[in-house]
Design a protein. Structure first.
Length: 113
């Protein structure tokens, strides 16, 4: 049996897709409530600012960003293949490198403060 790297690609893809599917609607709803002035006291600016200042919260946000970007990159790679772009190695290199660079940029931004 040949050794495959598919679990390395599919694991973060599945985790990112699941995480994004659960978190994105909740974040949209909470952002909408905050914009309309109906945010609960637990989501007040001072509390969220204090929470986001903790290193563990920053690490969690960086993880969510990475997994969401990885899921999007993998979907884009498969979509390109379905649309007839058969240079899979080049497409995979570009989308995964972009994901890595965007994740590093997000982590630098988060841990800068």
């Amino acid at each position: 049996m040949a050794i495959s790297n598919k679990p390395i690609v599919w694991g973060p893809f599945a985790a990112g897709g699941t995480l994004t599917a659960f978190l994105t609607p909740a974040l949209i709803l909470l952002t909408l409530l905050a914009a309309l002035g109906h945010a609960p006291d637990l989501l007040a600016y001072e509390r969220l600012h204090a929470l986001s200042g903790h290193w563990l919260a920053k690490l969690a946000v960086a993880g969510v960003v990475f997994l969401s970007l990885w899921s999007a990159a993998h979907r884009l790679r498969i979509t390109c293949y379905d649309l007839g772009v058969r240079a899979d190695t080049a497409v995979a290199t570009v989308v995964y490198l972009a994901t890595l660079l965007a994740s590093i940029a997000a982590a630098v931004f988060l841990f800068r403060f």
